[in-house]
Design a protein around this ligand. Structure first.
Ligand SMILES: *Cc1c(COP(=O)(O)O)cnc(C)c1O
Length: 185
């Protein structure tokens, strides 16, 4: 039997609520501004992070998850929190080897407190993270892992985010989305 899905164990608030924001600058032009409150999906895996991670965690099926991010990556934090909540190992490959010798910032400290193993790499190595040789080196160090790209943005993530579009169907004419890796877009 397969393990229960992340969704059945973490009970995300889905579909996330839509909230009307009162803003004179929009109202003046006859535009209604709605906020899609994905930040309420889960306290530790908020927003698009849940939508992108959930299908990747299902694919990982309990194997350790190795992923990538900058020093303030919300994706690393969400992955670390998922690891703590669901009981799988997490490895975060962090951009900037200079960080290895400094106190952890609050974001990385949270990752570490959630049990994430932090692996700092220099910027050139980080840029080459999709390189088979770089990946092979990481997998040699950490063993068999599910490798999830920066921002969690891959084909599975895009499928997870498609639910956002379905939830907004018929609700809004135009949607605006904050963009990092572009996975959610
Ligand atoms: C992750 C994140 C983004 C970027 O999402 P992408 O799918 O990588 O474009 C934007 N805003 C916030 C607050 C985020 O945490």
């Amino acid at each position: 039997m397969s393990a229960p899905s992340p969704a059945s164990r973490l009970r995300p608030l889905l579909p996330s609520p839509v909230q009307r924001a009162e803003d004179e600058r929009f109202a003046r032009h006859g535009v209604t501004l709605l906020l899609k409150r994905d930040d309420l999906i889960h306290p530790d895996l908020p927003g698009n992070k849940w939508r992108k991670l959930a299908p990747n965690l299902a694919a990982a099926a309990g194997r350790p998850v190795l992923t990538f991010g900058g020093a303030y990556s919300n994706h690393l934090r969400a992955t670390a929190a998922a690891g703590r909540l669901l009981g799988f190992r997490t490895i975060g490959v962090v951009r900037g080897d200079e960080l290895a010798h400094r106190p952890l910032n609050p974001s990385l400290a949270r990752c570490a407190a959630d049990g994430m193993r932090l692996h700092f790499v220099d910027r050139a190595t980080y840029r080459a993270k999709a390189d088979p040789a770089v990946l092979a080196g990481l997998l040699e160090a950490y063993g068999d892992c599910e490798v999830v790209p920066e921002g969690g943005s891959n084909a599975l993530a895009a499928r997870g985010c498609a639910a956002l579009g379905r939830e907004l169907r018929g609700v809004a004419d135009v949607a605006a989305v904050a963009c990092g890796t572009g996975g959610t877009l």
